[in-house]
Write a protein of this length. Structure first.
Length: 304
């Protein structure tokens, strides 16, 4: 029945798009050259939901990596986007999800890999996985500084400048590929800040899969130990994970299966505390993520 839910969400988003006014679609705020300690200047694309400017209510906040690929094809890397605003409108129309503020954090160009590679995984890696990561870094890993900024100054700024619900149950972080790894990193390292996370097509090889090798046992053990040490009990938190089966996503299943087993071993209930989905034939690209984003929002952001 999952495909019916996805089709309904997309239909609802199309209805809003074709019939709504510009005000009904929400409003964007663009912030360029945002200073962040230890990082290149950052850029933000912020979406404020319909009704924000005419009311006094406070909103949950969804932070998303690769902000340039979320909303406007003209600003994207590949002329295709997640259509995160449309997916949010569809989730809102379903009645199951509160309107959210979406904060899109642009990736810093060539520094993206260094900014999204979890520092603790990089530090713990040895042998082939470490060599494969070293071949791609091109400089010091910056994800710890990025997380410090995300969970500290950036969140403080958003909570100060916008009418937010600042608690962890109302704060979600999401990304795909390396952004999926970064979202899991934030979720595990800052459980007091992020109550929900979406780790979409997470790039578990953490480097070129051809250099790591398929189902690398060292890397599988590294991820398992990483989650075992940090995951803890659900404690009201919620996590979405998924992958396709084509292009880069074809390499992810062995890692994801080990991680799923770890969640079960730690007492997380599938369907309640976490979900791990496989999309047959789905590729590693924005159109595939856009297609399933209404389903992700509908579960991850819904009120219990």
């Amino acid at each position: 029945m999952r495909w019916l839910a996805v089709l309904l969400a997309v239909f609802l988003a199309g209805c809003v798009t074709s019939q709504g006014t510009k005000a009904d679609m929400g409003r964007f705020v663009e912030l360029e050259q945002v200073a962040a300690a230890g990082l290149p200047d950052q850029r933000l694309s912020i979406w404020l939901p319909p009704g924000y400017d005419s009311g006094t209510r406070r909103y949950p906040v969804l932070y998303m990596h690769d902000g340039h690929n979320l909303f406007d094809p003209a600003k994207s890397n590949f002329n295709k986007v997640w259509a995160a605003d449309r997916a949010m409108l569809a989730a809102m129309a379903s009645g199951k999800v509160q309107p959210h503020i979406i904060v899109g954090i642009w990736a810093p160009g060539a520094d993206r890999y260094r900014q999204y590679l979890p520092q603790s995984i990089y530090d713990a890696a040895e042998g082939t996985p470490r060599a494969a990561m070293e071949a791609m870094t091109g400089g010091p890993v910056m994800s710890r500084a990025y997380l410090d900024w995300l969970a500290g100054p950036l969140k403080q700024r958003i909570d100060r400048d916008y009418r937010t619900q600042p608690g962890r149950e109302s704060t979600t972080i999401m990304g795909s590929s390396m952004g999926g790894l970064m979202s899991c990193y934030a979720f595990l390292e800052r459980p007091e800040v992020y109550g929900r996370a979406g780790c979409v097509s997470s790039h578990w090889p953490a480097a070129d899969p051809r250099a790591v090798g398929e189902a690398n046992p060292e890397l599988i053990a590294l991820w398992d130990g990483w989650f075992a040490a940090r995951l803890g009990k659900p404690d009201g938190r919620r996590l979405w994970m998924d992958h396709g089966t084509a292009t880069l996503d074809q390499y992810y299943a062995p890692y994801q299966q080990a991680i799923d087993a770890r969640f079960a071993a730690q007492g997380w209930a599938e369907g309640k505390d976490y979900r791990s989905e496989v999309y047959e034939g789905a590729e590693h690209e924005e159109n595939a993520w856009a297609q399933r984003l209404p389903e992700i929002f509908g579960w991850l952001l819904s009120e219990r």
